[in-house]
Design a protein around this ligand. Structure first.
Ligand SMILES: NC(=O)c1ccc[n+]([C@@H]2O[C@H](COP(=O)([O-])OP(=O)(O)OC[C@H]3O[C@@H](n4cnc5c(N)ncnc54)[C@H](OP(=O)(O)O)[C@@H]3O)[C@@H](O)[C@H]2O)c1
Length: 253
């Protein structure tokens, strides 16, 4: 897909990885719909940065904790640009909680933001795609979906659901919409993490490093621009974390 001249919706596009993805798409010539929840000022800055790159951009607020508001994002995209060809579902929450201490509110919050919103956004996106126009969806998930542990249980289940949703949508929206996912390992430390957080995680990863926003951008751009023959796949960008700690004899140090 040629991104230049398309319209891309990036959820959670005001900050951190969503922002990096949004600006990478703008740099490739896509007009931007920057969805945000609470970060209005940050979203306005991304809009200004995108415009400085020579594309059109708007910010759209929607609290994904209130499912009725989800459809507003696609509606605004269509109202402003006529259509949207790209949807990147990046907005998410990531809260701790094990099996014994995850309460219903935590469960519901994660499922609303991390799984229900991507589903209904994808539905609205597909319904709004004009006849004859092709589109692409990229869902940002987590290596934990492939190698679940005992922490962040609600989060992990939503991200596993997003992998399955990717496979369902890839079939349901074919042949016009390709739907893929990117499963991330440690890229940015969660807010409040102490110094050395990523370095500590990196020690348990086969490639012995953590990732960077550029690793995410490369994967997303590959799925959007690199090939139009891929759908339903989850590209794992985690330094091998989904394989678990290295077992057995290592041959290369
Ligand atoms: N960071 C990593 O290393 C890493 C690792 C694995 C997977 N991931 C995945 O990669 C994606 C981006 O990660 P990140 O660390 O950049 O994410 P983040 O900072 O935790 O959050 C991304 C955005 O989600 C939006 N959001 C949260 N609750 C919302 C709600 N109720 N309504 C609407 N928007 C809401 C927030 O928008 P506002 O600020 O506007 O409220 C926030 O900017 C996520 O899907 C995450 O699960 C990240």
């Amino acid at each position: 897909m040629e991104l230049r001249g398309t319209t891309a919706i990036v959820t959670g596009g005001a900050r951190r990885l969503g922002r990096a993805i949004a600006l990478a798409l703008a740099a490739r010539g896509a007009n931007l719909v920057v969805h945000y929840g609470h970060s209005a000022e940050a979203a306005a800055r991304v809009v200004a940065e995108a415009r400085a790159l020579g594309v059109e951009a708007v910010a759209v607020e929607a609290d994904f904790g209130r499912p009725a508001l989800v459809g507003r994002v696609v509606e605004e995209a269509v109202a402003r640009f006529g259509r949207a060809e790209v949807l990147v579902n990046s907005a998410a929450i990531f809260e701790p909680g094990g099996v014994l201490d995850t309460d219903e509110a935590t469960w519901d919050r994660h499922f609303a933001v991390n799984l229900k919103a991507p589903f209904f956004l994808s539905q609205a996106f597909a319904r709004a795609l004009p006849p004859g126009v092709s589109g692409k969806i990229v869902n940002i998930t987590d290596y934990r979906a492939l190698r679940p542990g005992t922490d962040h249980v609600a989060y992990t289940l939503t991200k596993a659901g997003l992998v399955t949703l990717t496979q369902v949508l890839a079939q349901a929206l074919a042949p016009r919409v390709a739907v893929n996912a990117v499963a991330l390992g440690a890229i940015l430390p969660p807010p409040g993490a102490g110094p050395g957080h990523l370095e500590r995680l990196a020690r348990a990863v086969p490639l012995r490093r953590h990732g960077a926003p550029d690793d995410v951008i490369a994967a997303v751009l590959f799925l959007l621009e690199g090939s139009d023959f891929i759908t339903g796949t989850t590209l794992v960008v985690d330094g091998g974390a989904h394989l678990g700690p290295v077992r057995g004899t290592q041959t290369v140090e």
